[in-house]
Design a protein around this ligand. Sequence first.
Ligand SMILES: N[C@@H](CCC(=O)N[C@@H](CS)C(=O)NCC(=O)O)C(=O)O
Length: 217
Amino acid sequence: MTTADLVLYSYFRSSCSWRVRSALAWKNLNYEYEAVNLLKGEQLGDEYNSTASAPLVPTLKHGDVSIGQSIAIIEYLEEVFPERPLLPANDPAKRALIREIACMIGCDIQPVQNLRVLKYVGAERKMDHGKHWISKGFEALEKKLSLTAGKYCVGDSVTMADMFLPAQVYNAKRFDVDMSAFPTITKVNDALSILDEFERSRPANQPDCPEDLRATC
Ligand SMILES: N[C@@H](CCC(=O)N[C@@H](CS)C(=O)NCC(=O)O)C(=O)O
């Protein structure tokens, strides 16, 4: 199979999709972009769920292979397209550390501020809820990154952990989290934001970003 068979089901503002877009960009992989509008509930429809594992984006298709869960997708890309690695070879401890940081964001922080959770929490409480749990998660992440970061999350090379950071910082700002409490997270995010791969993968540069939001997201 070639990159010609890659299709990403994504929503421009979905942080989980954004991680995968960053990995695809990092590896210079071309792919077809299939928009799933979360605000219109397209993730819940029969069309998407006839092949997706869960009513959530992203899903990556590669020929006959269909994968959900951003972490599994990025690991798959890493194995199938090893150029520009996101995990260092022959260093189990460092690989585990990189996965640990990715999971701090992907398993501990993002799930509690997901759209369906916020709907359940309700309009009145959702901002407080998101701000509280992202701040709690960032306290642990800041402590971790203060030990591991160089220019990026782990040392001076871009790794899988970095795929997760910009989208979560973007969400933190949407929930009005006080980023001055998180100087290492901010420093690493600033360093990533100027890289072309991250510029290409951010919401404003996706085909489904509405024109009136392009200047602000
Ligand atoms: N653990 C999954 C989470 C996927 C997820 O939460 N996706 C969100 C967008 S970032 C979603 O589709 N939300 C739709 C909803 O809550 O209805 C992953 O990492 O891919």
